[in-house]
Write a protein that binds this ligand. Structure first.
Ligand code: PGA
Length: 252
């Protein structure tokens, strides 16, 4: 099994100086453990400052979004080479807020995944159903569609560099996390689909759960062998709760 992976998605929180303070707080209490990789995804403008503070540490850096183009007339966009030069190892792609608030399609997300991989940025590829889709019994068809369309054109070797994050939209920012049974069921389906369609050993692929993960529910979630870590939103904005989740991931 791969080591566990805990990623803090800061979303649009923290100015540069606030970002520096939060990282200093995390570094003050975090004891690295080889069984867990910890990453933070600050807003683009804080990446450089955070990269400088993380350079001597094992904590890795992720961006929250990326443009599918390498350069050109794309006002307001940030390219993969720009993120790479800033020291990002990962980039979150297809987060539900990008899909639903900013209209990103499965096809656009697929283009971004290819662009990231071309520049040796490892995508953290998010998928997840909305509440009405779950209630209509469409969870699996939505997940399969997002997975198939998002990963079109990738070779099995590319998939080794992709982390998948299952984030049910109804669980994000609601305080209502999926149960370990609900998450496990979808994670298992994702794994079996990866094995069937890409003919690879899906045990090697990290599948994270995201959606209202806290220090209180992390232990239960990590009991599932299918859950390889967490994409954490609100709880990563507090150094203590973020580090606690990483510690729980190491202990279990
Ligand atoms: P949340 O966000 O932990 O605040 O629910 C998770 C995410 O959006 O990645």
């Amino acid at each position: 099994m791969p080591n566990r992976f805990i990623v803090g998605n800061w979303k649009m929180h923290n100015t540069i100086s606030q970002a520096e303070t939060l990282i200093q707080e995390i570094l003050g209490i975090y004891q690295a453990n080889p069984s867990v990789e910890l990453a933070v995804a600050p807003p683009h403008v804080a990446l450089q400052a955070v990269a400088r503070l993380l350079a001597p540490t094992p904590i890795t850096l992720a961006a929250q979004n990326v443009c599918a183009k390498d350069e050109g007339a794309f006002t307001g966009e940030i390219s993969p080479p720009m993120l790479k030069e800033l020291g990002c190892q990962y980039v979150i792609i297809g987060h539900s807020e990008r899909r639903h608030l900013f209209g990103e399609s499965d096809e656009a997300i697929n283009e971004k995944i290819h662009a990231a991989l071309r520049h040796e940025l490892q995508p953290i590829f998010c998928i997840g159903e909305r509440l009405e889709e779950r209630e209509a019994g469409q969870t699996h068809s939505v997940i399969q569609r997002q997975l198939q369309k998002g990963l079109v054109g990738l070779e099995p070797k590319d998939l080794g560099n992709v982390t998948i994050a299952y984030e049910p939209v109804w669980a994000i920012g609601t305080g209502r996390a999926a149960t370990v049974e609900q998450a496990t069921e979808v994670h298992a389906a994702i794994r079996s689909s990866l094995t069937t369609h890409w003919n690879l050993n899906s045990e090697q692929i990290r599948i994270l759960y995201g959606g209202s993960v806290t220090a209180d529910n992390a232990h239960a979630l990590f009991q599932s062998p299918h859950i390889n870590g967490a994409l954490v939103g609100k709880a990563c904005l507090n150094s203590e709760s973020f580090v606690k989740i990483a510690e729980i991931a190491a202990l279990d």
